[in-house]
Write a protein that binds this ligand. Structure first.
Ligand SMILES: [Zn+2]
Length: 286
């Protein structure tokens, strides 16, 4: 049963269904403006769920969304949640030059801080796109004034992942800590165990067991993530996409909200900054 002594981090990547990286080959960036936006109603539904469970969370928000829905970003902050950055335009960090990456993260941070009047300490790369080939991005994040990143997924996956990266919080650059998405160490492998398509695919009891095991065996807080479009079975279906992309995006989408309800009840949740930044400062001895 849940260990009430350990609080886990609940994180939401605020983007709309047409912005997911796997759809990039099918939906031109220039067409985003013509798509029906559903992010606002979906985030409001999430805010209501969190309120019902008296839970705070971290919202890694796209600058593109924040510019179009400024009141939504203010509502997130006013309801006690952490507003963090998911970059501006949802390009994978691995596809940008250093100059382009710096411009993207600075633009997003500026937009978000302008709306909330609060420091944006955290950043999550689109599609966990920081890994062995572009660790320079961590220095760019520190230089832009971010204090933590949650961008490295220590698993093997066809689109992302750095399987040999540390599984838990670690110093990543001068002034910046990395807090990876949670994996379960089993049979000498890191298994994805904390959100995304895997959480929709696997039976809820198995996901709950994996998170509980990280709390009990590793004595660590888990970092769980999901997207607003994952609780929206009514979203427009994207036509002509390959089978694997279709499966990953839509599998069990109608079950997601119920599972989130269970997850919110079964574990204790909080914001990334309060859970990890205070601990990092204490560990550094100042
Ligand atoms: Zn994203």
């Amino acid at each position: 049963m849940p260990s009430p002594s350990i609080t886990n981090a609940l994180t939401i990547d605020v983007e709309d269904y047409f912005q997911v990286s796997a759809f990039a080959p099918y939906i031109a960036r220039a067409d985003w403006e013509q798509r029906e936006c559903r992010v606002e109603r979906n985030v409001d539904r999430i805010l209501a769920l969190l309120d019902e469970h008296d839970t705070e969370a971290t919202f890694f928000t796209l600058g593109w969304i924040a510019e179009r829905y400024p009141q939504l970003v203010r509502r997130i902050a006013e309801q006690g949640h952490e507003v963090a950055s998911h970059g501006y335009g949802h390009q994978r960090a691995s596809e940008l030059s250093r100059a382009e990456f710096s411009a993207d993260i600075q633009r997003a941070k500026g937009v978000l801080e302008g709306l909330t009047g609060q420091e944006v300490a955290g950043y999550r790369a689109p599609s966990f796109s920081i890994g062995t080939a572009n660790l320079w991005a961590l220095d760019s994040l520190a230089r832009a004034g971010h204090r933590y990143s949650s961008s490295i997924y220590p698993i093997r996956h066809d689109h992302y992942g750095m399987p040999d990266a540390p599984r838990f919080m670690h110093q990543a650059a001068d002034g910046l800590i990395e807090i990876p998405i949670t994996t379960l160490r089993l049979f000498n492998r890191n298994l994805p165990s904390s959100g995304g398509g895997y959480f929709r695919l696997l039976p809820y009891a198995l996901s709950r067991w994996m998170l509980q095991r990280v709390n009990d065996a590793d004595q660590e807080s888990a970092v769980f993530y999901f997207h607003p479009w994952e609780i929206d079975p009514g979203q427009p279906r994207i036509a002509g996409i390959d089978r694997r992309t279709r499966f990953r995006h839509y599998v069990n989408i109608q079950r997601m909200e119920g599972r989130l309800q269970s997850l919110l009840g079964d574990f204790k949740w909080g914001r990334m900054d309060r859970l990890f930044l205070d601990r990092a400062v204490a560990a550094a001895g100042h």
